[in-house]
Design a protein around this ligand. Structure first.
Ligand SMILES: Cc1cc2nc3c(=O)[nH]c(=O)nc-3n(C[C@H](O)[C@H](O)[C@H](O)COP(=O)(O)OP(=O)(O)OC[C@H]3O[C@@H](n4cnc5c(N)ncnc54)[C@H](O)[C@@H]3O)c2cc1C
Length: 502
């Protein structure tokens, strides 16, 4: 008889785990609380000129996914993607001349030397990062356990200390001399939440965020929108026999008899996977001790997202008249050195201010859609912005949104074409997507919750994705290794572990 797997949560991780398990002869059922799948990778729509316009409600850009997951799930047959090869453009406050982040390391070296007076070792940084990334991608593919002594054996003690065990501050200072280079290369450390760059273990987030292989570590776009990934994976899963129950309310779980109690029925399982936030399983298992243990972890998120709708394509001022940069990612920094960067992220963490400007990542969703042949008539620009306090909703932070739009308006010609905005703060993310304290990775990528420590297992070496000491219960949501993102890596790794175990 086929082993029965119940997966709680139909986000990218639940969907990916389901795909691999069903194909290996498990009988898989997904239980989803919402009336749709996708979790934080879903669309929403806004009516403009009496016409509905879809936009990415949570996640926007694709990059962390492993190429083999894209291909083995068959997503590659249905999804059209695009990633910009043009340089990224970086602006520092009150300096309108952008610095170009070229993919070619020699061009980059020259640019950073001229623009930021960088005298450090760009090439060494890129080469060493590539070694760490290769190592990580191997862990993902083989679903092996992230382990420090293994890293030391393979990468050597020096690289492991710098890139995995050490602080982001030490890593950045090791390779670079310019504060601007350090800020640009280190910004991902606080992308999900306010991890301190001084904390040991935070260096790891830098190679982690570049370890996707779908676009060789770069980030890009999906035709129509990133929700096509979860919607199509849902359809693929159904076609291979995965069953999905929507709008489910789990009343109780008896882990001894391996039974799940819903409103009107009960389900038996052999394996139970939670692809939710990490607190939900403890709540459903009514395990107060675990709830307390988990509540002591760091969950605070500080990211906000503004989706700006323009009635015409966005026209950039700096540089002017260069169509080749239409789909470039752009970044505006309000901090000028690592000290300020730390201060503003920690102000948000300690909740001292509603919003403390840090950086804005600008994703040219509309221009990318046009590039993929999807001209919607309305141009979307996504402003992924730091640092918000985690406890205020967007309706209470209208002024902060305006500050961000005012800053943006200095860089574009046609600000009058802006006709609509949608704004989400960490408090909104908590409510909308059930992320505890609004962290887009479910749990902060702080030093204590990174690499080998990003697990809830009481036996990580034997079973990294096991949920504490529960037999046959696993956790593979964004709070587990390696991290969140529209990638499905934790779901894949957990499924692989179960497959190998059988
Ligand atoms: C604003 C924002 C911007 C982001 N930007 C990007 C981006 O550009 N690129 C990127 O790669 N990532 C981005 N992310 C992160 C990414 O979306 C998440 O890390 C990823 O979607 C997490 O996937 P998951 O499957 O682990 O969890 P989720 O997507 O959170 O899915 C969990 C699922 O579990 C369900 N669930 C919860 N509780 C229960 C229950 N009790 N019973 C049944 N079901 C339950 C939920 O309804 C949900 O469907 C962003 C996230 C947000 C919010």
């Amino acid at each position: 008889m086929k082993k029965r797997v119940v997966i709680v949560g139909g986000g990218i991780n639940g969907l990916t785990a389901a795909n691999y398990l069903q194909k290996q002869n498990f009988d898989v059922k997904i239980l989803e609380k919402n009336n749709n799948i996708g979790g934080a990778c879903v669309k929403d729509s806004v009516v403009i000129n009496k016409k509905p316009v879809n936009y990415p409600k949570g996640a926007t850009v694709l990059g962390m996914m492993q190429k083999f997951v894209f291909e083995e799930t068959n997503l590659s047959k249905f999804i059209k993607t695009y990633y910009p090869k043009s340089p990224k453009l970086v602006y520092f406050k009150n300096n309108f001349e952008p610095t170009r982040i070229y993919q070619d390391v020699n061009l980059l070296k020259k640019e950073l030397q001229i623009k930021w007076n960088e005298k450090g070792d760009i090439e060494g940084f890129r080469n060493d990062e590539a070694i760490v990334i290769k190592y990580l991608q191997n862990i993902y593919k083989k679903s092996t356990v992230p382990d420090i002594s293994d890293a030391e054996n393979i990468l050597g003690k020096k690289i492991t200390e710098l890139w995995i065990k050490g602080s982001a501050y030490d890593l950045l200072n090791h390779y670079f001399t310019s504060e601007k280079t350090k800020l640009y290369m280190g910004m991902t450390v606080t992308e999900s939440g306010p991890a301190s760059i001084f904390q040991k273990g935070t260096a790891f987030t830098i190679p982690l965020m570049d370890s996707g292989s779908i676009f060789n570590g770069y980030w890009g776009f999906v035709k129509n929108g990133i929700w096509e990934i979860s919607e199509n994976l849902g359809k693929i899963n159904e076609s291979i026999g995965v069953k999905i129950d929507y709008s489910v309310s789990i009343k109780n779980i008896d882990h001894k008899s391996k039974k799940i109690f819903l409103d009107n029925k009960e389900l038996d399982y052999d394996y139970l996977l939670f692809a939710t936030d990490p607190i939900t399983p403890a709540r459903l298992l009514k395990d107060d001790k675990k709830i307390k243990t988990i509540n002591d972890k760091e969950f605070i998120g500080t990211s906000g997202k503004i989706t700006a709708f323009f009635k015409n394509p966005v026209v950039w001022k700096y540089p002017a008249n260069d169509d080749s940069l239409d789909t470039s990612f752009r970044f505006i920094f309000s901090n000028s050195d690592l000290g300020e960067f730390e201060k503003s992220s920690q102000i948000a963490y300690k909740n001292h201010k509603d919003y403390e400007p840090g950086y804005i990542q600008i994703y040219p969703e509309g221009a990318a859609q046009r590039k993929m042949g999807n001209d919607e008539g309305i141009e979307k620009l996504i402003l992924f912005s730091k640092n918000f306090s985690f406890n205020k909703k967007s309706k209470d932070l209208v002024d902060c949104k305006q500050d961000i739009l005012n800053l943006l308006s200095k860089y574009i010609v046609n600000v009058d074409d802006l006709i609509e905005t949608k704004f989400l703060t960490p408090a909104d993310l908590k409510e909308t997507f059930y992320f505890p304290k609004g962290n887009i990775d479910h749990m902060t990528l702080s030093g204590n919750q990174n690499f080998d420590k990003r697990t809830f297992s009481n036996q990580p070496k034997e079973s990294f994705f096991r949920y504490f000491d529960y037999d046959n219960i696993y956790y593979c949501g964004a709070g587990s290794f390696p991290c969140g993102s529209v990638a499905g890596t934790p779901g894949y790794m957990c499924a692989k572990h179960i497959i190998n175990f059988n």
